[in-house]
Design a protein. Structure first.
Length: 157
């Protein structure tokens, strides 16, 4: 099936993530600037969630319990990895909404299937939109769930 091949070839190169979380490696956790740079480089090169979790475990074994800022960094990278797989170009907080900007190859059928399972989301142009007030405290979890559903929809066709 030609359509399927074309779809698999579309790759979202760099996903923009704009989420209001403090996400960084604080100096009280890793004082050495050199080590911090190496850690950031390792985070930047990660392509899979499993590898991300392995690095998180390694850091907590070496430096102790991960502070909230590092856990937030891991959450943002999880979202970035899922978004890339789901063909989402950007995850942004805009005004009172969170928006998932979709790649052109996400089909109307896939979007409709997602909206059936996630009725709080709406479609606006090529973006899925959810009012922030419907996100609740676990907004990262809500975003991840939508991305996981999109991954299933876009890879099962």
């Amino acid at each position: 099936d030609k359509g399927k091949k074309i779809k698999l070839e579309e790759v979202v190169e760099d996903v923009q993530i704009e989420i209001p979380l403090n996400a960084f490696v604080p100096s009280f956790f890793i004082p050495s600037t050199k080590e911090k740079i190496l850690i950031y480089q390792r985070f930047a090169s990660i392509e899979g969630i499993e590898t991300l979790h392995e690095l998180s475990e390694e850091l907590s074994e070496e430096y102790g319990r991960l502070p909230v800022e590092v856990r937030n960094l891991v959450k943002i990278l999880e979202i970035k990895i899922l978004a890339k797989k789901a063909l989402v170009k950007a995850v942004k907080f805009q005004g009172d909404n969170v928006e998932l900007h979709l790649a052109k190859s996400v089909t109307a059928k896939e979007i409709m299937q997602l909206l059936e399972e996630q009725p709080n989301w709406t479609i606006s142009g090529s973006s899925l939109v959810l009012p922030q007030k419907q996100l609740g405290l676990d907004f990262v979890g809500v975003i991840e769930k939508a991305l996981e559903l999109l991954v299933k929809k876009t890879s099962s066709e």
